[in-house]
Design a protein around this ligand. Structure first.
Ligand code: BG6
Length: 476
């Protein structure tokens, strides 16, 4: 980024996101020489002094940055400022004297404050691109359902143009997400088989052993479908399924992603039980340690019917994907921290070799991002027997720098590159897919699954005949 002058203003700077993710990312970008800020201004309601804010950030950097170097922080600190204030235009306009040139306004706030903050900044004139660009970064979730997402979209319109808005979906900053596109579009071998003639099914799984991590206030309102599937997994799906753009640029990527999301066959409210499964964890063992059930977690009402596991099946009504089922699932307190996008090819005709042998292409997100091609070959020996062979390409080689998704995305915001930020119509289309499911689930209780298990039994009934969910482990 050289030393281009620009400021970053973080609204909600005393919150969890800033200390855990944002500042560590800022620190790394600075430490690696990727960015020299003009100023980083923390803005929040707390009546803190500059010293108190810096002390708070330092304490958390020590906690969240493995290679924290006090000398780097001493230099970075010179750019860090704090200003207390609320979200009224009056209060926000006090930022004007500190922010002169290009600036990013990062809403690290609870979602219910996004509209108010964006509007306040606009009324204060901080959106005006007179002395340089002005950008607004909005965290997820963008709305709670289709109607509220549309309302939020509308409330931004008078103040911020689409090319000023960067909606964060941190999964798009992950290397694996980006590699789905690169791998698909750079290797000639893939395009000819990337369709329903050759692909039997696609499974996208994001399993976590983690529970609520103190986020019960947010999570009990959100649930797994809103927290993971509507945004992260739906974006991964769009990357796998989108048409091939003629040129790599943000406009093409957005157009093609929105198009394939629009082509998803919508689940009717009466069909939800056939296409979606909700689960909630009960007590169990995670890495041999007893953990409480969801409704025994701190802050969660005993009667909560929030789902901590969600699985969805859908089809895409276009030429490429006709007849191919896509399965998406994510859950908390599952047996393993394991995440992958797995694409299964159709089996070869039977009778030649053992029946049912099919290849998988697996983009692994966790643990250790990697690409696995699971195929079959002749087993060594005198008989004609087959065995599975796995070709593995890890992304990160020893000694290579590892950038977090937040670093990648923050840098993109500074560069003005919107490719990895969902456009409004993508978000809207994703809500259209999950909205009927949310409505149906609001009237019913999720199935239960024991913490540390593979999720609720019911997920298996989503599978088309002859297909099964993959395990939560690396291909062996
Ligand atoms: C967040 C969800 O967006 O993504 C969390 O709100 C989830 O519930 C997290 O744990 C998973 O992402 P990562 O990158 O931390 O594995």
């Amino acid at each position: 980024m050289g030393d281009k002058k620009m400021s970053v203003v973080i609204l909600g700077a005393t919150g969890d996101l800033t200390r855990r993710l944002l500042f560590p990312a800022i620190y790394h970008l600075y430490a690696h020489g990727e960015w020299v800020p003009t100023s980083i201004i923390g803005y929040a309601m707390e009546d803190w002094s500059q010293d108190k804010f810096c002390g708070h950030i330092e304490e958390n950097l020590k906690r969240f940055v493995a290679d924290f170097d006090p000398a780097v922080w001493a230099k970075l600190k010179a750019f860090v400022f704090y200003q207390p204030g609320d979200l009224t235009a009056d209060s926000l306009s006090r930022l004007k004297s500190q922010v002169e040139g290009p600036a990013v306004f990062y809403l690290g706030l609870p979602p219910q404050l996004f509209a108010q903050a964006a509007q306040g900044l606009g009324q204060a004139g901080l959106n005006e691109e007179i002395a340089g660009w002005r950008r607004l970064v909005i965290e997820k979730p963008f709305g709670w359902d289709l109607a509220s997402a549309e309302e939020l979209g509308k409330s931004l319109e008078p103040w911020w143009k689409e090319d000023q808005i960067f909606r964060i979906d941190h999964f798009l900053g992950k290397d694996t997400a980006q590699n789905v596109l690169v791998f698909r579009f750079i290797n000639r071998l893939l395009e000819s088989i990337w369709n329903g003639a050759h692909i039997a099914q696609v499974q996208i799984t994001y399993a976590e052993t983690l529970g609520l991590e103190g986020r019960w206030q947010y999570y009990d309102k959100a649930g797994a479908l809103r927290d993971m599937l509507q945004n992260h997994l739906m974006q991964l799906f769009a990357l796998v399924a989108m048409e091939t753009p003629s040129e790599w640029n943000a406009l093409n990527l957005h157009n093609h992603k929105a198009e394939v999301l629009r082509a998803v066959r919508k689940i009717g409210e009466g069909e939800v039980a056939r296409y979606a499964v909700a689960g909630q964890y009960t007590s169990g063992l995670i890495q041999e340690k007893a953990v409480p059930g969801y409704t025994q977690e701190e802050g969660i009402p005993q009667s909560s019917t929030t789902e901590t596991f969600a699985a969805l099946k859908f089809y895409v009504d276009n030429w490429r994907w006709h007849g191919v089922p896509f399965y998406l699932r994510s859950g908390k307190r599952m047996a393993a921290d394991y995440a992958e996008i797995a694409v299964q090819l159709k089996p070869v005709p039977p009778k030649m070799f053992d029946e049912g042998l099919a290849d998988w292409l697996v983009f692994r997100l966790k643990p250790d991002e990697a690409l696995n091609l699971v195929m079959w070959a002749k087993k060594l020996g005198l008989e004609l027997k087959t065995e599975q062979v796995i070709l593995t390409a890890p992304y990160k080689k020893a000694g290579e720098d590892d950038y977090s998704a937040y670093e990648q995305l923050l840098l993109d915001v500074l560069k003005g590159d919107q490719s990895a930020f969902p456009r409004f119509d993508e978000v809207e289309e994703a809500w259209k897919i999950v909205d009927p499911v949310l409505k149906a689930w609001s009237r019913q209780s999720p199935q239960t699954y024991a913490a540390g298990s593979l999720g609720p039994e019911g997920q298996n009934r989503l599978m088309d005949s002859g297909l099964a969910w993959r395990g939560l482990e690396m291909p062996k």
